[in-house]
Design a protein around this ligand. Structure first.
Ligand code: SF4
Length: 444
């Protein structure tokens, strides 16, 4: 598909005269002089690229007057079926030809003179997306993806406590590892703290889905805090196993990632008896009091295949090793990995929606890479980079267990602004798991 640049008179966007110097209006809707408005589904992609180039994008509608000489009904630069870029001193606009017409994206600098940094950023940002637009793509959508039962429960706990007790409600650590979830709850009155000494005595504090060590519960009691524990029941199950193994005199080998909050909580159940390993090499270096009294547990969000290699190493070194009655890697982690495994090989690139500190999201990226497909973790649509889509016809798409489903929809919508998109969902399992709320969250 070819793209023919067109020229037009300078745009006058409603309100864009009020833009502070240096801000860039990124249009999520073009308002032509005549004819219907043109949506710009890819606006988030353009805005993200502008941010990376140091500009300050703000989203809004951009009014485009008819170019000089445009006939009545032609709708200026973006009449139906037109393709091209509109360049002028202060702005760049691109419109994808389609029926109905869609804008790829459009941007206008505020009071930026030609040649200024802001205007260059606008042109470069829009052109970088233009370079990968116009290609028909397939999105292979992994299912299950996004929120699991433990995450939904933890978020609902905070929402319930906010409703019942009002703001502020303190939450120790991120309730789940997702920046959008955290900022959304912050906007509603949740206050996220790292440690309990930041919580006023007598206040209400919610513990995160990742679970806490018994020591944290003791600290809360000493400070007279009202605790609502949103730990996922599947993490609580691992804590109970740690206590059970340790109480019968086993060395408990916890397979997990050093420093992760869930691991810190599980280690705290029996700190004298528990050792942490991450790899088969760690197992080889283990020293235990009695090789016949060894048990293992795992973090809930590990890679299934990598963990199997560590368990194999444990069994080879300690033939009498005991494990949990059922897998500690939870159903949601396993299902999301299986679902991605089903599409990774057919994808030219894999996008995983999730935050960088989300263990199960990072594992999904690593899994796709082990299958030989380039993969990228994005917090949202704005973090997708145009170069990732160069020469790409099939995009594998999934989301970690802590990423809101709406963010995945936004990615699909934005990709549709680059050209026609066909979505195929591949479901490998149907999830029906639901966890009841803790009783402390139900009390008013
Ligand atoms: S990923 Fe698994 S362990 Fe973690 S909150 Fe979800 S269901 Fe619970």
């Amino acid at each position: 598909m070819s793209w023919t640049p067109q020229t037009a008179a300078p745009a006058t966007a409603p309100g864009d005269g009020d833009l502070p110097l240096g801000d860039v209006l990124v249009a999520d809707r073009l308002v032509p002089a005549q004819g219907p408005d043109v949506p710009c589904p890819a606006a988030a992609l353009v805005a993200g690229e502008l941010s990376r180039r140091g500009a300050r994008p703000v989203r809004g509608a951009l009014r485009l007057p008819a170019p000089p000489g445009a006939g009545a009904g032609e709708g200026g630069a973006h009449r139906s079926g037109a393709e091209g870029a509109v360049h002028d001193g202060g702005y760049t606009a691109v419109v994808a030809g389609s029926d109905p017409p869609r804008g790829l994206g459009a941007a206008r600098t505020a009071a930026a003179a030609p040649g200024e940094k802001g205007e260059r950023a606008v042109r470069e940002a829009v052109d970088s997306w233009l370079a990968v637009a116009g290609t028909a793509r397939t999105v292979l959508l992994a299912a299950p993806r996004s929120f699991c039962a433990g995450v939904e429960r933890a978020i609902e706990v905070v929402e319930r406590v906010l409703e019942q007790r009002g703001s502020p409600v303190y939450v120790r650590k991120q309730i789940v590892h997702n920046t959008h979830v955290v900022s959304g709850l912050e906007a509603r009155g949740a206050v996220f703290v790292d440690e309990l000494d930041e919580v006023p005595e007598g206040a209400t504090v919610v513990f995160s889905a990742h679970g806490v060590a018994p020591q944290v519960h003791r600290q809360a009691a000493e400070r007279g805090l009202r605790v609502v524990d949103a730990a996922c029941p599947l993490v609580t199950k691992v804590h109970a196993e740690a206590r059970r193994f340790a109480s019968r005199g086993d060395t408990v080998v916890l397979i997990g990632h050093d420093g992760h909050e869930e691991v810190e909580g599980t280690l705290g159940e029996a700190p004298e008896s528990t050792v942490l390993v991450e790899t088969p090499e760690d197992v080889a270096a283990l020293e235990v009091a009695d090789p016949d009294r060894v048990a293992y547990l795992t973090q809930t969000t590990l890679a299934v295949d990598e963990t199997a290699a560590v368990v194999d190493a444990l069994r080879a070194r300690f033939p009498a090793v005991r494990g949990p009655a059922s897998d500690d890697i939870c159903y949601a982690t396993t299902n999301r990995q299986d679902a991605l495994d089903a599409i990774a090989g057919e994808s030219d690139v894999v996008l995983v929606v999730g935050s960088a500190n989300s263990s199960n999201s990072v594992r999904l990226v690593e899994l796709a890479e082990r299958r030989g497909t380039p993969a990228h973790l994005v917090d949202d649509t704005g973090e997708i980079r145009p170069e990732w889509l160069a020469g790409v016809y099939t995009v594998g798409l999934t989301a970690g267990a802590s990423a809101p489903p709406g963010l995945v929809e936004e990615v699909i919508t934005a990709l549709g602004g680059l050209g026609p998109v066909t979505v195929h969902e591949r479901e490998v399992a149907r999830e029906t798991v639901h966890f009841a709320l803790p009783s402390a969250a139900l009390r008013s």
